[in-house]
Design a protein around this ligand. Structure first.
Ligand SMILES: NC(=O)c1ccc[n+]([C@@H]2O[C@H](COP(=O)([O-])OP(=O)(O)OC[C@H]3O[C@@H](n4cnc5c(N)ncnc54)[C@H](O)[C@@H]3O)[C@@H](O)[C@H]2O)c1
Length: 381
């Protein structure tokens, strides 16, 4: 096994999810490369030291530039807030490192273009952590669609609902709350939550054509944690949009952080000429499937428990009937990336793939401002 030295930047929610994946992947997948937790980077020396000790990183840095300058780092993993993705990714590409970058790729399309150009010029393997593609039930949905079982697709319906920003007293900005600060997040639910739904939709249903959107910022002013002042809120608290896909299907997307009772209701449903499928993150190991070609007397929605060895990724885990969870989607993504490195093939979504999602987000936010249908820009040549 060849060693591949990881340098992780950011040790929050995603820093933990990625570290867990790097540690587990070699135990469950037969790979040519074994990730080595070489260094973690964060600004707070005590915290980053504690994280390194807890997760087994050999060393730590407090400045990401120093991490990039190290010759013993092969792969840079960007798990920090959105406003830092571009600068770090371009510098990492120039340093010749492989790059894994958290979603959304960038703050907007033009930033994303520069990132795509940088990794492609450097010729470094790259991937964006749209991890829901690697949930076995979602990967099974992809197989069923690609086999043509649904027939012509008419409708795509997606939601991502949360309820954690309803309080007016919640500040914006700083640790844990950077998602409410538009200068750091780029946008609100559009880039944070809908980007996931959009990436999954592109993967399952192909490219978008046009969108029309509405957004709302329910709480207009919040105290900023870093300045201490009450400041205007620049993010979209909620966003709903209609879309037309290139395959002729119609779609609806909705996301909010104001749906009381919902913590992470991430769902999609696809209706085709012959069959429909539906998936819900809260029941992520199940795929709902209805096939009109079934014999009428027993026709109905089937709830497929995706745990069998012939279903995507499941042959690598336990025995049929035993389900896996959220964290495994990250393990699968690392496994696919490392396999791609070994074979010299890109693992999706690459930066270029993820730019397409960025363009959809840009068109959605533009439409919310113009109140018109907007065409989604094509990915760069
Ligand atoms: N794939 C997913 O499902 C998913 C889920 C959550 C977040 N994300 C994405 O992951 C990224 C991080 O989100 P999170 O939830 O882990 O955030 P978080 O707030 O939990 O962690 C962010 C980390 O970045 C660090 N950081 C900030 N500035 C830094 C700097 N200058 N140098 C080094 N470290 C710095 C913070 O200290 C913290 O450790 C975001 O881009 C977010 O959109 C993706």
């Amino acid at each position: 096994m060849k060693e591949l030295n990881i340098g992780l930047i950011g040790y929050g929610f995603m820093g933990r999810a990625h570290s867990n994946a790097f540690r587990k992947v070699g135990n469950f997948f037969d790979l040519e490369y074994q990730p080595v937790l070489k260094a973690v980077c964060g600004r707070d020396v005590e915290k980053v030291k504690g994280f390194a000790a807890k997760w087994g990183y050999e060393s730590f840095e407090t400045d990401w530039r120093r991490l990039l300058a190290r010759e013993d780092i092969d792969l840079v993993d960007i798990a920090c807030p959105n406003d830092m993705h571009k600068e770090i990714a371009i510098a990492a590409a120039k340093a010749g490192k492989m790059i894994l970058c958290e979603k959304p790729l960038s703050m907007n399309g033009p930033e994303g273009v520069k990132m795509v150009q940088a990794v492609e010029k450097a010729g470094v393997p790259n991937m964006v952590w749209y991890n829901y593609r690697r949930v076995p039930a979602v990967a099974l949905a992809k197989q069923l669609i690609d086999e043509g079982r649904l027939g012509r697709i008419f409708h795509y319906r997606a939601k991502f609902l949360q309820d954690w920003t309803i309080s007016e007293d919640l500040p914006q900005g700083g640790a844990g709350l950077w998602r409410l600060d538009v200068k750091v997040a780029g946008s609100g639910v559009t880039g944070d939550l809908l980007a996931h739904c959009i990436d999954t939709a592109i993967w399952l249903n192909g490219s978008f054509e046009t969108v029309t959107a509405m957004t709302e910022t329910f709480i207009k002013r919040r105290k900023h944690n870093l300045t201490g002042k009450v400041e205007k809120v620049g993010i979209d608290d909620a966003c709903a949009f209609l879309a037309r896909f290139q395959n002729g299907s119609l779609a609806t997307f909705e996301s909010t952080r104001y749906a009381r009772g919902h913590k992470a209701l991430n769902t999609f449903e696809i209706n085709g000429e012959h069959a429909s499928i539906a998936w819900d993150l809260h029941d992520l190991h199940r795929l709902q499937y209805f096939d009109h070609r079934d014999e009428g007397r027993v026709r109905g929605w089937r709830s497929i428990h995706v745990t069998d060895g012939d279903q995507p990724y499941m042959g690598k885990w336990w025995v049929p009937g035993l389900q896996i969870g959220y964290e495994h989607s990250f393990v699968h993504q690392v496994a696919d990336f490392l396999e791609g490195v070994a074979k010299g093939k890109p693992a999706s979504p690459t930066f270029r793939d993820a730019l397409e999602t960025q363009y959809v987000c840009d068109a959605v936010l533009k439409s919310a401002r113009t109140h018109r249908w907007e065409k989604v820009a094509r990915a760069i040549k």
